[in-house]
Design a binder for this molecule. Structure first.
Ligand SMILES: Nc1ncnc2c1ncn2[C@@H]1O[C@H](COP(=O)(O)OP(=O)(O)OP(=O)(O)O)[C@@H](O)[C@H]1O
Length: 876
């Protein structure tokens, strides 16, 4: 056998290393040498930096050196996740044959390529989150996307425009993305740089290739049964994902039993600002509490993974929402039942990921026993659900498959508390295999046999203190104290002399020893075979257990909603198909939990409908609570449609199908474009996508530009939404511009509200009550005072305010439709500035306006035009 140790790197070994490394140039190669995983060259430099292990240099042949860093093989679980989290793909190269059995260099090969998005390793995975690989077939109109979590077997596809894809990427939060090689830059331009990207040649992304891979994988003749046959681009993406699994040596994937499409028609559309702005899963600074922090009290990993998905995919049909609410209500009322479900689910562990490990043959004996425990706990769950008066729970009961034959078999064949490692023995229960029992008997009866041998020899030789003992160096031996040394028979062979005694072996002892050691080896072989047979029997239950895991996840989420709702005094929302949103005493679910001690969240009523009050303009000073009110309204709708009770005294929710959010550009300045342009583009996308059931939150739209621009934009947008010929989307518009209050007198369904404050001397006290009517001032200067602004600045600000208000006719904006009611047109600042223009410019603007066909112009295009004109004016 060639000598191979971690410390001596010889050329033949490096030759083998180099040939393997050449196949995985992008991966960090962990190369098994004896008991170590070694890295070489550049990989060693990286690994030593990431893992904090020693970097050495070894001779490589006569003339050169190579860097080397390694760690013991049993530390793989500790080090592998660190490498993957640092953003590396890691190729694990193992010894493919027993070094003892070969005289040549040991055969080696890559057994797994672990990447951030493709891993089974418990330490790479996060319990509470799916670990999705996303595969994207990027196209101008209908991009296809697939999400695959190999640790749970979930496989989803979708296709749509790139806004939708962006939203899905946010929803599923993949750890890794694969995309066509030629589209890498385009992908980054569209979706940002935050993804870990891999590419494939474009031929991988073709329909023939994709479809064939899927058909082969699922062993079906068509994809019709999965309802995805019309999702060609999604299928292409899914094919590339499967190809990636094969490329990364993941060939045991029978737990990916189905592929399904993300049914966008079933879910409320949340635009990407909404997911971000409502802080559903993440907050801009990771410290702040999010909605999921409040609502997630799930107790199983399956439950918490599902909760993440539920919160960003609220439902938009009445029946499924009410089904969830029914269960929540029942669990709130029947606390004893909820408690016993809770106790059962608590012990289930990650059933979903355990069954995936069965598929890939990586489940250890202790995990199999855990799987049985989970299945046993399902018994009472099924019973409770089938006995419930709530129909959706009965349906869940029907879905639960107790897999009784399998639990029996595990119970019969495995010891109840087996070791994690199969090679530690004592995995298979007694009575399963007579041969194993016999071998065990042989090994275990050793004590009796030795005791008898000891007694017999002691009597025969007359050595009363004779002892049989064992150590790793000599195996079994006889120990004789010096006093009786002379009685030792000549056939005993001396092995060791100690101070007070001597140790001997005999042929009988050695023969016996061999029997025991052979028995141990045979036992291990037999146990391994029996165990593998049991695990392959479990394969038949993969789908059933996945379905069970789905039911448990659902129940866990609903239990969590019930607990949170009871704890926080939420009420059941009334869901209907009216076009009305009526919330009495609504609260913000997150802010109310984090108020300073002694402060109470002030509840507010909000009413919106399509006939009397479609758009509410909310004014109020800074910090009064406008944003909080907007967000709480959307959050209440979202929570209701997710199936949770809501923080309110009472809530009637006419189902919403889209929630849009736009926050004034100064809140999220994006690089490159002017904030005004960004705001316009994004608002345009809202205006172009509204529906009759949309809920729109506009927070300080227009504040990124000058006052006139801002007011004009806000005005035009509100007017557009009010006058829309088809859809009466519900709108909450928070603004500093009290000039907008003017709109209420021109548009029937626009209503003014303000958030009340009290002025006490020089101070502002926030009452936080939403009250009808507009407000007079923006109180900005009062807030500036509270913030400790120097007195001289405040005085000057007050002076300017008075001046401006005077010149604008008491705060009313000139040039707005208010003028139609007799406002003074002549002498207003708009007019003045036009007159002062130099002539050629005026001419150009005039031509521009005259060339514009008002009849085909959308409001947004009009705003763009306005912006162009503004730019011209600025230039002048
Ligand atoms: N109803 C309420 N009850 C108690 N506290 C509230 C309420 N609404 C808001 N607050 C508190 O007031 C703070 C400011 O609220 P918010 O950010 O909504 O004000 P705003 O009017 O949007 O201010 P700005 O115009 O400066 O953006 C919140 O962070 C919250 O702590």
């Amino acid at each position: 056998m060639a000598k191979e140790t971690a410390s001596v790197v010889e050329t033949p070994l490096m030759k083998q290393y180099n040939s393997i490394k050449a196949k995985y140039p992008d991966a960090l190669l962990l190369f098994r040498v004896g008991d170590f995983y070694e890295t070489f060259g550049e990989d060693a430099v990286k690994a030593s930096a990431i893992l904090g292990i020693v970097l050495t240099r070894r001779a490589n042949g006569a003339a050169s050196y190579v860097e080397l860093a390694g760690f013991p093989h049993h530390a793989l679980d500790t080090y592998l996740p660190k490498l993957v989290r640092a953003g590396h793909r890691v190729a694990i190269c193992d010894q493919l044959e027993d070094p003892k059995l070969t005289k040549k260099i040991v055969k080696r090969g890559v057994t797994e390529l672990v990447t951030p998005g493709v891993s089974y390793n418990d330490k790479v995975l996060e319990n509470k989150q799916n670990n999705f690989l996303a595969s994207i077939h990027l196209l101008p109109k209908s991009t296809g996307i697939a999400f695959l979590d190999i640790s749970t077997g979930e496989f989803l596809i979708a296709q749509g425009n790139n806004d939708y894809i962006d939203k899905l990427l946010q929803t599923f939060h993949p750890s890794e993305v694969i995309v066509q090689k030629s589209k890498r830059q385009e992908f980054i331009a569209l979706f940002g740089e935050k993804f870990y990207i891999n590419t494939f040649e474009d031929w991988v992304f073709t329909i023939d290739f994709g479809q064939e891979l899927l058909l082969r994988h699922f062993d079906t003749l068509s994809l019709k049964g999965f309802g995805v046959e019309d999702q060609g681009n999604g299928v292409i993406a899914a094919g590339a994902a499967l190809h990636y699994l094969a490329e990364t040596q993941h060939d045991k994937v029978s737990h990916i039993c189905r592929i399904s499409r993300v049914e966008e028609d079933h879910y409320v559309w949340l635009d990407k600002f909404t997911v971000r702005n409502l802080e559903i899963l993440y907050s801009p600074n990771d410290q702040a509490t999010t909605l999921i922090d409040v609502l997630d009290q799930t107790i199983s990993p399956m439950g918490s993974r599902l909760m993440r998905r539920w919160l960003v995919l609220p439902l938009k049909e009445k029946k499924p929402v009410n089904d969830r609410l029914d269960v929540v209500e029942y669990l709130m009322k029947e606390q004893a039942i909820a408690e016993s479900l809770y106790q059962q689910i608590r012990v289930m562990g990650d059933m979903e990921r355990l069954i995936s490990k069965v598929a890939v043959g990586r489940i250890n004996p202790r995990e199999v026993v855990q799987l049985r425990r989970a299945l046993l706990a399902l018994g009472p769950v099924k019973e409770i659900c089938s006995g419930s008066p709530v129909e959706p729970m009965n349906l869940m009961a029907e879905l639960i498959n107790l897999c009784a034959r399998m639990t029996d078999r595990i119970g019969r064949e495995l010891n109840p508390d087996p070791p994690v490692m199969l090679n530690k023995g004592d995995v298979i229960a007694p009575g399963v295999s007579p041969e194993l029992d016999e071998l065990r008997e042989l090994a275990h009866s050793g004590k009796d046999y030795l005791a008898r041998l000891q007694q017999r020899e002691s009597e025969r030789t007359g050595i009363p203190s004779l002892k049989v003992a064992y150590n790793n160096v000599f195996g079994y031996y006889l120990e004789v104290t010096n006093t009786h040394k002379d009685k030792v028979p000549p056939e005993w062979e001396r092995r060791q002399t100690l101070v007070n005694s001597e140790r001997y072996i005999t042929p009988e002892l050695k023969e016996y020893e061999e029997k025991i050691l052979n028995a141990e080896e045979s036992m291990l072989n037999l146990e391994t075979a029996l165990y593998n047979n049991l695990v392959s029997g479990l394969m038949d239950y993969i789908e059933a257990i996945q379905t069970n895991a789905g039911v448990v996840a659902k129940l866990d989420c609903l239990l969590s909603f019930a607990r949170v709702s009871a704890e926080n005094q939420y009420v059941r929302p009334e869901i209907d198909e009216e076009f009305r949103l009526s919330i009495a005493g609504g609260r913000h679910p997150v802010i109310e939990k984090h108020l300073p001690p002694g402060e109470k969240y002030i509840a507010n009523d909000v009413f919106l409908d399509d006939s009397t009050q479609q758009i509410i303009i909310i004014t109020g000073p800074n910090m009064s609570g406008k944003s909080a009110l907007l967000r709480q309204t959307a959050l209440i709708v979202l929570m209701a449609q997710v199936g949770c009770f809501v923080p309110a005294g009472e809530a009637q929710i006419g189902l919403v199908d889209k929630i849009f959010t736009r926050v004034g550009a100064s809140d999220n300045i994006s690089s490159g474009e002017s904030t005004f342009m960004v705001e316009m583009n994004e608002t345009a996308s809202i205006l172009n996508n509204i529906s009759n059931r949309s809920l729109i939150l506009l927070d300080e739209i227009g504040r990124g530009t000058s006052t006139y621009d801002g007011i004009s934009i806000a005005w035009a947008i509100s007017e557009f939404l009010h006058e829309h010929p088809l859809f009466k989307a519900k709108v909450l518009f928070a603004t500093h511009y009290h000039e907008l209050n003017e709109m209420a007198s021109h548009y029937r369904r626009i209503k003014n509200f303000h958030i009340s404050v009290k002025e006490a001397g020089n101070k502002v006290i926030f009452m936080r009550k939403l009250e009808p009517g507009g407000s007079e001032h923006s109180f900005g200067i009062h807030v500036a005072r509270m913030a400790g602004m120097p007195k001289t600045v405040l005085e000057k600000a007050n002076e300017m305010l008075a001046l401006l208000e005077q010149s604008h006719g008491g705060g009313q904006l000139q040039g707005t439709p208010a003028r139609k009611k007799g406002g003074k047109a002549a002498g207003d600042p708009f007019q003045l500035s036009f007159i002062q223009l130099n002539d050629p410019l005026l001419e150009q603007i005039r031509e521009d306006i005259l060339d514009t066909d008002i009849n085909t112009l959308t409001p947004v295009e009009a705003l763009m035009k306005l912006n162009e004109i503004k730019k011209l004016l600025k230039k002048s």
